[in-house]
Write a protein that binds this ligand. Structure first.
Ligand SMILES: Cc1cc2nc3c(=O)[nH]c(=O)nc-3n(C[C@H](O)[C@H](O)[C@H](O)COP(=O)(O)OP(=O)(O)OC[C@H]3O[C@@H](n4cnc5c(N)ncnc54)[C@H](O)[C@@H]3O)c2cc1C
Length: 266
């Protein structure tokens, strides 16, 4: 079985600020981490690899040169290898251009090494937070996509059995391969890197693919190929007309119900 996992390097979200002139994230000098949900996606891939000998796990990331680090991290934890999509031309991509570019790289990996059975993504990235890129890439590759997956196992034949989270419980699906999943944290924490993995990662240099390797349509990549722009970034205004109830919990609850009833909310 062949699995691809898309992982993104994101700023450590506690420390990120926004440039008020350009409305972009100030990434310079901010510590970078693997997007936490992508760690869960990688763990799902590694569990499938444990259960199905011969499985390979390839990670794909798009970002500036330091993003190679997330591929090395994935290798330390058990991935077989990865590819970095990198180049000035890709900079400033919105989710549409990102989805186009990463899909091109996955297609190229398939041309070189055969089709993937499964393409995994995190549920969302903690910086952009749109949750659009996974389903976007699945659409570009013509793959069915299940979101919020918490587990995946081979179901026999050509199918996977997938459990996905919903607001009020779980759903169990059987889906034909090849398919794509976006993965939630309930899939499990990424395992600890083994000493062997760390040694392999130390010397591992992922291939770097730019416009020459991917041959993209220049109108579909980077800032120029991005149909959306962030026009304004702002914190929602804080409303100051708050009221604090006092008394016992029962008295506070009764006062709240009275106020809501007065506004015909109950
Ligand atoms: C309207 C708009 C305008 C933007 N403009 C700019 C801009 O001008 N400059 C700029 O730098 N950024 C910009 N961004 C942010 C940039 O588009 C996103 O960081 C990027 O497209 C990924 O989207 P996301 O972070 O929402 O990922 P999500 O869709 O939340 O990510 C879901 C999953 O997709 C995969 N994934 C996402 N991105 C990558 C990646 N790069 N490599 C590998 N896997 C990935 C991961 O598995 C991830 O868990 C913009 C975003 C929007 C919505």
């Amino acid at each position: 079985m062949k699995i691809a996992v898309c992982i993104k390097q994101v700023p450590d979200s506690d420390k990120v600020t926004i440039d008020r002139t350009t409305n972009r994230l100030n990434r310079a000098g901010v510590p970078a981490i693997v997007n936490p949900f992508d760690e869960n996606a990688l763990e799902m891939a590694l569990k499938l690899k444990d259960a199905n000998p011969g499985t390979t796990v390839t990670v794909v990331t798009m970002g500036p040169p330091p993003a190679a680090e997330v591929i090395k991290t994935a290798v330390a934890h058990g991935a077989d290898g990865g590819v970095l999509i990198c180049g000035r031309e890709f900079g400033g991509a919105d989710t549409w251009a990102t989805g186009y570019t990463i899909a091109l790289a996955i297609r190229k990996l398939q041309e070189d090494g055969g089709p993937f059975d499964l393409v995994l993504f995190g549920k969302q990235a903690t910086d952009g937070d749109t949750a659009q890129v996974g389903p976007g890439i699945a659409n570009n590759l013509g793959l069915p996509c299940l979101t919020y997956a918490k587990s995946c196992e081979v179901a026999g034949g050509d199918a996977f059995r997938v459990v996905r989270m919903t607001e009020d419980g779980t759903e169990e699906w059987e889906v034909q391969r090849p398919c794509a999943l976006t993965v939630v944290k309930e899939a499990g924490e990424l395992r600890i890197a083994s000493l062997r993995g760390k040694m392999k990662a130390k010397s591992y240099q992922p291939p770097v693919w730019g416009v020459e390797e991917l041959q993209p349509n220049p109108d579909f990549i980077g800032l120029k190929g991005s149909p959306t722009r962030v026009s304004k970034v702002f914190a929602p205004p804080v409303k100051s007309n708050r009221e604090k109830f006092s008394g016992t919990p029962a008295e506070q609850a009764a006062a709240l119900v009275e106020r809501l009833a007065a506004r015909q909310l109950v």
